[in-house]
Design a protein. Structure first.
Ligand SMILES: *[C@@H]1O[C@H](CO)[C@@H](O)[C@H](O)[C@H]1NC(C)=O
Ligand SMILES: *[C@@H]1O[C@H](CO)[C@@H](O)[C@H](O)[C@H]1NC(C)=O
Ligand SMILES: *[C@@H]1O[C@H](CO)[C@@H](O)[C@H](O)[C@H]1NC(C)=O
Ligand SMILES: *[C@@H]1O[C@H](CO)[C@@H](O)[C@H](O)[C@H]1NC(C)=O
Ligand SMILES: *[C@@H]1O[C@H](CO)[C@@H](O)[C@H](O)[C@H]1NC(C)=O
Ligand SMILES: *[C@@H]1O[C@H](CO)[C@@H](O)[C@H](O)[C@H]1NC(C)=O
Ligand SMILES: *[C@@H]1O[C@H](CO)[C@@H](O)[C@H](O)[C@H]1NC(C)=O
Ligand SMILES: *[C@@H]1O[C@H](CO)[C@@H](O)[C@H](O)[C@H]1NC(C)=O
Ligand SMILES: *[C@@H]1O[C@H](CO)[C@@H](O)[C@H](O)[C@H]1NC(C)=O
Ligand SMILES: *[C@@H]1O[C@H](CO)[C@@H](O)[C@H](O)[C@H]1NC(C)=O
Length: 741
């Protein structure tokens, strides 16, 4: 098994896929399916009976049906989970009242400096009372509630609207006035035996919760690294914990149960840093759960995935979700190596170990080869079975590639490890032992030095913090375009997700490895998982000032005030969406692009979703796509960004976007449109002046995007529309891209 956090992060999903494939084999065994039935009926007393009747009819045996049922949803939407055979699932999918039937899948888990960097200092203007009425829900690995980040000193009782529960059991020591609810969902025991409680045995959930809404804690650091004040986006807000991720991953049925509960419990914002199984909206628990949340005015913010820098990798893309990319902040963690000859190399890693000696003996794989071992192993990469324990002892070993060599060298009694790679350039990962990651070019130099002397020596310093230019988008952050609604630009927005310091669980070790001795209260980890709760916190912050704003209004405010990322390679918007969040500016966006529930229905009709499915989804038969007003324009939605996606090699294009903005500023104002666009792309806005007499007034306009790719090899063109009055700049990226050329 790989050891570093990097490997854990990236390898974890593969385990899930293998597990899912094993489950898929063997067709005679019933497997869990989710039977999704849309909106709750008005009469709810017979929900369970109805589920049972449907199930009995499909299975044809009441006893088997009873044993097959796993769970009934019914607090916020209608549906159930049951163990079914494929033909039974097929029968159910044809029933009136059933929107979709889909196999349960396993998804994966996908701050001191970060909030200051976003312009929210410790003294930023806040509405403390309104903020303390905000409840942020985390759908994650649970919580280590004992962390100082969740101390409830100074908090009053939970807001009156709160209807949730606290399950105090096992290592979960109970809730308080900061963490007002905690539950777990593990509808079917699978995977290794684990304590069933809301306690966090992973660290991920504690980290994301404290990033979104942890208290201010002074002097937080990881062994002195990144020392400062750890703070969530809304330190006065309350937390509601829904544990849905376990050692095996995060099961769809558990995730949907958490949505069903959280919406009914009265939360305001839902933060979900998980994903890994993109599929149709009506077969995706994240899209289904967040749709019902949206109807109740609850915003769901999701991680966009860690599968970058490849394009077409972004996930959690439903237009009612806020999809988050990971950006950098203005620092990075360097772990330098100094050789015996005085040469220095700057590595990237989190190294908590202070060297005790000035220099240590240095070697490479070939010099410490075990001559009686596997001659086919990769000795330069330090494969475990190729090295001689006696020769490794006490030394720093230089190894090619990154493949958990810290674990190997630790097991063989080595002191430290230097790994070379060109893959990890922007993200610092920890090792079990003193270690660092350097470029392949520097690696060759170090290797030459080792070969050139009989007594090579080196020292790996403790990590230092270095200022850098920011923001840029993390290489691992997933990129658009996406195939489910391809004219909606995703991800929506970016937030810090590289090397984030936040609270951690003391029920695990710093690297998650059993032989790691380091148990930490604060840890530094990376991922779109870390970016997502920054946006959840920012959304809660905006909501504390504007409690009546819709989900789309909050989303629009965050998107139109975001800052463009400075480094702008071709197609940057496919990585960053509208740019990096700027929470303070989002309090006063001037105009918002609002979207109501019915607009999403028109959009779904335009996307080709079936009338009957949409009728069930909305709980009303009045939504018949053929009689419903048709969504207009390239995307059919009043979205704060504009995207033309050409799934072919055509070079000329001409599309129209219809938009309506609502004045959320004060009274009278005049906004003028300005356009920045490159050669080949013409953008016309009609009208290009919008006059408002009063707040809450709406104005409509259209944006005509026309042009052609001038070079055969070009595939992306980007422009920007900005509506400005004297106080506001309302920005929207406009992106045209094609898949082949
Ligand atoms: C919470 O913080 C207060 C004030 O700083 C302190 O007195 C108390 O011991 C803390 N509680 C816990 C459980 O750590
Ligand atoms: C807490 O978790 C540990 C495993 O990490 C377990 O051994 C112990 O029994 C648990 N404690 C309680 C009170 O359940
Ligand atoms: C290498 O780094 C060490 C500590 O970071 C410093 O003291 C030394 O001057 C550097 N040497 C060179 C040659 O840059
Ligand atoms: C060398 O490899 C052999 C065969 O795998 C193993 O039995 C032996 O313990 C190894 N020797 C050392 C010193 O690591
Ligand atoms: C050994 O592993 C390194 C790093 O993964 C790789 O670059 C190299 O090609 C491998 N060598 C052999 C002989 O497989
Ligand atoms: C160092 O020597 C090893 C063999 O002992 C060889 O495989 C490697 O390529 C050499 N490194 C350099 C940079 O020449
Ligand atoms: C583009 O077209 C190809 C082939 O028709 C299809 O497989 C792919 O999913 C499409 N991509 C998008 C983003 O629609
Ligand atoms: C909706 O789709 C289902 C099959 O997916 C079909 O049986 C049904 O007739 C469709 N309904 C409408 C109104 O198109
Ligand atoms: C939808 O409306 C069209 C025309 O108004 C009608 O022909 C069709 O039967 C309706 N479909 C449903 C599912 O009600
Ligand atoms: C703004 O207008 C909407 C309908 O367009 C209405 O529901 C809402 O109450 C209005 N808000 C204010 C503050 O006037």
């Amino acid at each position: 098994m790989k050891t570093s956090k990097k490997n854990l992060l990236f390898v974890f999903f593969n385990i899930c896929i293998i597990a899912a494939q094993i489950n898929a084999s063997g067709t005679n065994e019933r497997k869990p399916y989710i039977v999704y039935m849309g909106e709750l009926p008005e009469e709810r007393n017979y929900l369970m009976d109805e589920h049972h009747t449907l199930l009995s009819e499909a299975i044809g045996d009441e006893v088997i049906a009873r044993n097959s049922k796993i769970y009934s949803y019914g607090r916020s939407f209608n549906g159930f989970v049951a163990n079914l055979l494929p033909h039974e699932a097929e029968l159910l999918s044809r029933e009136d009242g059933v929107v979709s039937v889909f196999r349960n899948k396993v998804q994966k888990l996908l701050t001191t400096r970060s909030w200051d960097f976003l312009g929210m200092s410790g003294t930023v203007k806040r509405k403390h009372e309104a903020e303390s009425d905000i409840i942020v829900a985390l759908l994650d690995t649970g919580l280590w509630v004992q962390s100082p980040s969740f101390n409830d000193t100074g908090f009053g009782p939970p807001p009156a609207k709160w209807k949730g529960e606290c399950v105090k059991t096992g290592n979960f020591t109970g809730c308080n006035n900061k963490v007002i609810g905690a539950r777990y969902f593990n509808l079917q025991n699978e995977g290794p035996p684990e304590e069933k409680s809301p306690a966090d045995f992973d660290g991920h959930g504690t980290h994301t919760a404290s990033t979104a809404a942890g208290n201010s804690v002074h002097g937080a650091s990881l062994y002195g690294i990144a020392e400062g004040t750890a703070r969530g986006g809304v330190p006065s807000a309350r937390l509601a914990i829904y544990k849905v991720c376990w050692a095996l991953g995060c099961q769809d049925m558990d995730l949907l149960a958490a949505f069903d509960a959280a919406i009914a419990d009265g939360v305001d914002i839902i933060s979900a840093s998980l994903g890994g199984y993109p599929r149709n909206f009506f077969e995706d628990p994240m899209a289904i759960g967040s749709f019902h949340a949206m109807k109740k005015g609850i915003l769901t913010s999701c991680a966009g995935g860690n599968d970058g820098p490849d394009f077409e990798t972004v996930e959690n893309v439903a237009p009612w979700i806020l999809t988050v990319a990971a950006s950098s902040i203005d620092r990075r963690f360097e772990t330098p190596v100094t050789l015996g000859n005085g040469e220095n190399f700057s590595g990237i890693a989190i190294n908590t170990f202070e060297p005790k000696e000035r220099l240590y003996p240095l070697t490479n794989g070939p010099q410490v080869r075990n001559v009686s071992a596997d001659p086919f192993g990769n000795v330069s990469a330090c494969d475990i079975e190729t090295l001689n324990k006696n020769k490794v002892k006490g030394k720093i070993v230089y190894c090619l590639g990154v493949d958990g060599q810290d674990d190997t060298i630790n097991e063989l009694g080595g002191y430290g490890v230097i790994m070379s790679t060109d893959d990890v350039t922007d993200t610092a990962f920890p090792n079990l032992i003193p270690g660092t990651f350097i470029s392949i070019r520097d690696g060759v130099k170090i290797d030459k030095y080792i070969n050139s002397t009989r007594s090579a020596q080196a020292v790996i310093s403790k990590t230092i913090t270095v200022k850098t230019k920011a923001p840029f988008i993390a290489s691992f952050s997933s990129r658009g375009p996406q195939t489910l609604s391809s004219n909606i630009l995703k991800p929506d927005i970016a937030a810090p997700g590289i090397d984030i310091l936040a609270a951690y669980s003391q029920l695990t070790t710093m690297t998650g490895e059993a032989d790691d001795k380091r148990v930490v209260k604060y840890n530094i980890i990376s991922g779109t998982s870390m970016a997502c709760p920054h946006v959840s916190g920012a959304a809660a912050y905006v909501k504390s000032f504007h409690p009546d704003w819709s989900v789309a209004a909050i989303k629009s405010a965050l998107m139109t005030t975001a800052k463009c990322t400075k480094i702008r390679p071709v197609g940057a918007e496919l990585a960053s969406g509208s740019g990096q969040i700027n929470p303070r500016a989002a309090l006063h966006p001037g105009l918002v692009y609002d979207i109501q529930h019915d607009d999403y229905i028109s959009f779904l009709c335009k996307q080709g979703y079936n009338s009957s499915a949409i009728a069930i989804l909305t709980g009303s038969k009045k939504y018949n796509c053929s009689s419903f007003p048709r969504a207009k324009g390239a995307d059919g939605l009043n979205y704060p960004s504009m995207h033309v996606f050409l799934n072919n090699s055509q070079s000329a294009f001409s599309e129209v976007f219809y938009r309506t903005v609502t004045n959320v500023g004060n009274g009278k104002s005049v906004y003028r449109a300005s356009i920045r666009s490159p050669k080949g792309l013409s953008v016309t806005v009609v009208p290009n002046i919008l006059t408002f007499d009063r707040p809450n007034q709406t104005r409509s306009f259209k944006v005509m995007v026309k042009g052609q790719f001038l070079r055969q090899s070009s595939w992306v063109l980007s422009a920007r529309l900005v509506w400005s009055d004297s106080n506001h700049n309302v920005r929207s990226p406009i992106l045209v891209c094609r898949t082949s050329f």
